[in-house]
Write a protein that binds this ligand. Sequence first.
Ligand code: DX5
Ligand code: ZN
Length: 229
Amino acid sequence: GVAAKIAPSMLSSDFANLASEAQRMLDFGADWLHMDIMGLMVIVLYLNRHFVPNLTIGAPVIESLRKHSKAYLDCHLMVTNPLDYVEPLGKAGASGFTFHVEVSKENWQELVQRIKSKGMKPGVALKPGTPIEEVYPLIEAENPVEMVLVMTVEPGFGGQKFMLEMMDKVRTLRKKYPALDIEVDGGLGPSTIEAAASAGANCIVAGSSVFGAAEPAHVISLLRNSVEE
Ligand code: DX5
Ligand code: ZN
């Protein structure tokens, strides 16, 4: 369905207090918790050799958080070999498993099948330079992905500027697939949500705009209202 899902990105949280940060976001009205699982892929993606030595959350962290929370854990895999993480993340209690199309050209069918067999929701992400057509086969497959994550910044860090041009991808997807979950990730907040919502995004990841706000609950409800109106 295309109900609004507001997903604070825990990359902007206080990692030393992850469980209470997660609970705080749920209390503020979050639907999902977005978990950025980063590793080598980010380095590969930065072809201009901007290394991003950003090892963040892995299966052990998901497993620990799962012990404290029943929340939907929306995992965004920015790694070179997502297949290696299906089993550990499934065991750890991940809810959604979104892999990047750029590193899964050969094995996406196997990935989707394994993700589903572990009881997780399969999603595919694409970075800003990747044409939207590349995800069509995954949506139209017999065993399809159930969400498309359109990156609206280059993967790597929170706090970057929203790329408005990416809304063409969202509009094209929404027109073609009226019931698809379409997630946007990067630079979302009160000043960019209108563009994303009117293009047709329904799953909204927001890191710095939520965690940096004086009143995160207010930002979360503002994001939700924009998507639902
Ligand atoms: C970027 C991550 C995002 C990031 C978003 O690589 O995928 O999830 O945390 O952060 P903001 O909302 O601050 O751009
Ligand atoms: Zn993300």
